[in-house]
Design a protein around this ligand. Structure first.
Ligand code: UDX
Ligand code: ADP
Length: 459
């Protein structure tokens, strides 16, 4: 099928950047990104591109280049579905917070709503592309809804998982390691492959069956997260011995069979994918009674939760076993640098733990708003909204966040944190002044020379 118009349902961290890059490389295809969230669509349409809802280096330039030419943002979902030959489903699939599979399975209600919407509207044949990360065999569910409620049109379902990482999304999309397309119809796969082939070398475009494609996405994320939990497990051992986790990571990473990437010990991984995808894998394995498989992968999450808890416990213990009434300055709230996304960020859990011990927290993050910080805390339901507001404030500058603080906790590895005037920060803090570097980004000896008591992960 020749594709002239594409619709993408879901204008989020995946849909937005992915479609912008497809639009840039396929100027003859009209792409409409739709969303039920009118505020989000308005932000995508804002003339001031610094107000785009997703912060991602390089994204604003591509949006400026393509928007109103072949890239459009709209709330008119039905028109976009109706006119397009290809529809991407890129909606959120959070972990269920209710009912069967609560806390484990993915909530597929948004995906199902999309499928029903497409079935209602479509009058011509469509290729439906699953872009959201989904549990294995979701394509089957989408297919069954489309075939049983559609108007007699033919739907081809493809699984095309996205491997971009936030913060480097544009580069990842422009230079992907591979593009994965799973499906039954060779013709439908060809249609999607030729869209990518306008900028990705053909040999990097892999074709598999639907289920392999779906499972590969979960597996890739599980393997990546497993590396972080593995090095974090070693970091705890390092703290009890004379070993240094950075040196260990370097030494093992030079083994070409292991490789050097994803071996940075940290306060714990966050993001919308790792935990959700592993929980999915665990849930699916348990549903087939594969308990050893499920327990094996679940341990990656258990280790990550332990790492976050261990970080706050160590901070409390070092501050003479009490943080009650003390100000703790947080540098960073996002789950990693170069993004304004905070989903599952370690900062949320560490803050929650410290506030339960009556600490006052002052946060500075270059891209995360004060409202977002409160929303994240309220979502945990640990205490009242009024109490979260009382204990956690957001500062406009790092110096304000750290003034009179007993300790600094570095939660995100933003590059600018390394460039601050740490002598000034030291002077303004309570003494002894502590740094808990959850990202190992500062230099221990320079900080100690200034006068700080410096603690990092795995040293
Ligand atoms: C991840 C996958 O990398 C990507 O392929 C997939 O499409 C979506 O999930 P993302 O969550 O955006 O991407 O970011 P990633 O760079 O993987 O980082 C995830 C978390 O792990 C962050 O909190 C990061 O700080 C942490 N991390 C990463 C470490 O703690 N140590 C590392 O060595 C690497
Ligand atoms: P991701 O990181 O997977 O892109 P986001 O939460 O950033 O997730 O984006 C998903 C988007 O999908 C949200 O903007 C949400 O409003 C939108 N969405 C969810 N359900 C629907 C739906 N049924 N129709 C249209 N848009 C939807």
């Amino acid at each position: 099928m020749k594709i002239t118009k594409i619709c993408c349902i879901g204008a989020g961290y995946v849909g937005g950047p992915t479609m912008a890059v497809i639009a840039k490389n396929n100027p003859h295809i009209k792409i409409t990104i739709v969303d039920i969230n009118a505020e989000r669509i308005a932000a995508w349409n804002d003339d001031d591109v610094s107000k785009l809802p997703v912060y991602e280096p390089g994204l604003a330039d591509i949006v400026k280049e393509t928007r109103h030419k072949n890239l459009f943002f709209s709330t008119d979902i039905n028109t976009a579905i109706d006119e397009s030959e290809m529809i991407f489903i890129s909606v959120n699939t959070p972990t269920k917070t209710y009912g069967k599979g609560k806390g484990m399975a993915s909530d597929l209600k948004h995906v199902e709503l999309c499928a029903r919407n497409i079935a209602d509207i479509a009058k011509t044949d469509k290729i439906v592309v699953e872009k959201s990360t989904l549990p294995v065999r979701t394509a089957q569910a989408i297919k069954s809804i489309l075939e049983n409620t559609g108007n007699g049109v033919t739907f081809d379902i493809l699984s095309n998982p996205e491997f971009l990482a936030e913060g480097t999304a544009i580069d990842d999309l422009l230079h992907p390691d591979r593009i994965l397309i799973g499906g039954e119809s060779e013709e439908a796969i060809d249609s999607l492959a030729s869209i990518y082939a306008s900028w990705v070398p053909r040999e990097k475009i892999l074709r598999t069956n639907l289920w392999s494609s779906e499972l590969s996405k979960l597996t890739a994320n599980a393997f990546l997260a497993q590396r972080i939990s593995s090095i974090n497990a070693i970091s705890e051992l390092c703290e009890h011995t004379e070993a240094n986790v950075n040196e260990v990571a370097k030494a093992i990473g030079m083994d070409s069979r292991i490789g050097s990437k994803f071996l940075k010990a940290s306060v714990g991984f966050g993001g919308s994918c790792f935990q959700k995808d592993i929980l999915n894998l665990v849930y699916v394995a348990r549903s087939y009674s594969l308990n050893e498989v499920a327990n094996y992968w679940e341990q990656v999450i258990i280790m990550n939760d332990h790492q976050k808890r261990r970080f706050s416990d160590r901070l409390i213990k070092t501050l003479y076993n009490t943080v009650s009434g003390k100000k703790i300055g947080f540098l960073g709230w996002a789950f990693k640098k170069d993004t304004n996304d905070t989903r599952e960020s370690a900062a949320i859990y560490v803050a929650d733990h410290l506030v339960s011990e009556q600490a006052y927290i002052s946060v500075y993050d270059p891209k995360v708003s004060a409202v977002k910080i409160q929303t994240d805390l309220n979502y945990l339901n640990t205490r009242t909204e009024a109490d979260n507001l009382k204990y956690v404030e957001s500062s406009n500058t790092p110096y304000e966040a750290l003034k009179d603080a007993h300790a600094v906790a570095i939660m995100t590895e933003w590059d600018e944190f390394k460039t601050y005037d740490w002598v000034r920060i030291y002077k303004d803090m309570k003494k002894p002044a502590f740094i808990f570097d959850g990202r190992n980004i500062l230099d221990k000896s320079s900080m100690e020379t200034i006068g700080f008591e410096y603690y990092s992960i795995g040293q």
